[in-house]
Design a protein around this ligand. Structure first.
Ligand SMILES: C[S@@+](CC[C@H](N)C(=O)[O-])C[C@H]1O[C@@H](n2cnc3c(N)ncnc32)[C@H](O)[C@@H]1O
Length: 221
């Protein structure tokens, strides 16, 4: 079955809150562990699909205020146009430390913060950006509701995300592989388009990349 949890916010039961706290602590440990070698392992993907897709995604960004969720080691940071003010958050302190080393621009501020519970006031960002993040956030719909809360009424969220493939062969294959892959890295069978809609975001544009389970998505609050 595709992985999907939707714990209502606020949590309906203390047990649900405990489960999410445990999954979030696991995710933090996992990404802290991956931080040192993330850029090395990511390099072939950057050459094949991610490099050009990141540039395309960031070209859709409108400022002046931008939030990047799950900023990781900061691969997108050099791509923002001058004059854009970026707040970047990530659950993993070690990922953030690498992002700080990559980019010391005054227009970028980085925080160790959980996307499921962001410490920003409502409706202050013109664009929210995420690249390959909602495959990893323990409760993706909760995180996506936070993205919606962050957006100004005329703002938009732009996502570059991989998700569960359609198709009779690949979908079930990804379901079978997910428990193994997600022990060390992201989930590979998240229904992220459905999750974005479930969070109350209005999907405006979907672009299939190659492979087609990697997509650029533009959504509004
Ligand atoms: C596959 S990496 C992508 C990093 C970066 N966006 C990129 O494109 O290279 C997933 C990132 O999501 C972060 N992440 C996972 N769960 C998160 C959460 N609840 N809140 C914030 N960041 C989270 C991880 O720490 C990790 O840096």
């Amino acid at each position: 079955m595709p992985f999907k949890i939707d714990l209502d916010s606020p949590h309906t039961t203390p047990a649900a809150a405990d489960t999410e706290a445990r999954m979030t602590a696991d995710a933090r440990r996992r990404w802290d562990h991956n931080a040192a070698l993330y850029d090395v392992f990511q390099w072939p993907m950057e050459l094949m699909v991610m490099g050009s897709s990141r540039r395309r995604l960031i070209s859709l960004v409108r400022g002046p205020r931008v939030l990047e969720v799950g900023v990781g080691t900061g691969q997108n940071l050099p791509l923002y146009a001058p004059g854009i003010q970026v707040d970047g958050i990530d659950l993993s302190g070690r990922m953030i430390a690498r992002a700080r080393r990559r980019n010391a621009a005054a227009s970028v501020t980085l925080y160790e913060m959980d996307a499921q519970d962001m410490a920003f006031p409502d409706a202050i960002f013109d664009t929210v950006v995420s690249t390959c993040v909602f495959c990893s956030v323990p409760d993706p719909v909760r995180g996506l509701r936070e993205v919606r809360r962050m957006l100004r009424p005329d703002g938009r969220a732009v996502f570059l995300e991989h998700m569960r493939p359609h198709g009779r062969f690949l979908g079930p294959l990804f379901d079978r592989l997910d428990p193994v892959v997600s022990r060390r890295g992201p989930h590979i069978n998240r229904p992220t388009l459905d999750n974005i809609a479930a969070a109350g975001l209005r999907i405006e544009h979907v672009e299939d990349l190659t492979p087609s389970f990697v997509k650029i998505i533009v959504a509004r609050a």
